[in-house]
Design a protein around this ligand. Structure first.
Ligand SMILES: [Zn+2]
Length: 147
């Protein structure tokens, strides 16, 4: 499908928000996967076209819906099911950095500095911690509960 053809369809549907899921797979997910060479945006491993498995291609919101991201083509990348799940409501920049794709582009310096010293084997675990920190306001120094 050409870019023009897609725009026409989106107009007909009354905007990208209203594209039915089945059509979204066909006209949004598939072209994205092809543009990415069927490699996950984050981990760069091959994705499968059919659903269900952890390596199946999914549409991932660059800016999570929980943070005001839209269901829009411009807000999607194709990611494997595992990355999509691990990403949770992290932004693409943060998660991509942790997965080694984004190289810290667009991240606050404080986060880039944190990432620099994390060995790749630690990144996955650290991703969850960092996500929690970014999600929640910084805890007061005296309110830090141990776990
Ligand atoms: Zn992946």
């Amino acid at each position: 499908m050409t870019e023009d053809g897609m725009s026409a369809l989106i107009k007909e549907w009354g905007g990208e928000e209203h594209i039915p899921t089945r059509l979204k797979r066909q006209f949004v997910r598939r072209p994205l996967c092809e543009a990415q060479g069927w490699l996950c945006f984050y981990c760069r491993l091959p994705m499968e076209a059919s659903g269900g498995s952890s390596v199946a291609a999914t549409l991932d919101h660059v800016k999570p819906v929980s943070r005001g991201g839209k269901n829009s083509r411009r807000n999607y990348v194709a990611a494997c099911g595992r990355c999509n799940q691990d990403k949770g409501d992290m932004s693409a920049e943060v998660f991509g950095s942790l997965r080694g794709n984004y190289e810290g582009r667009g991240l606050p310096k404080s986060v880039r500095d944190k990432l620099k010293n994390i060995p790749p084997s630690e990144r996955r675990r650290r991703a969850n911690q960092l996500a929690a920190e970014l999600r929640a306001p910084a805890p007061k120094p005296d309110a830090q509960g141990g776990r």
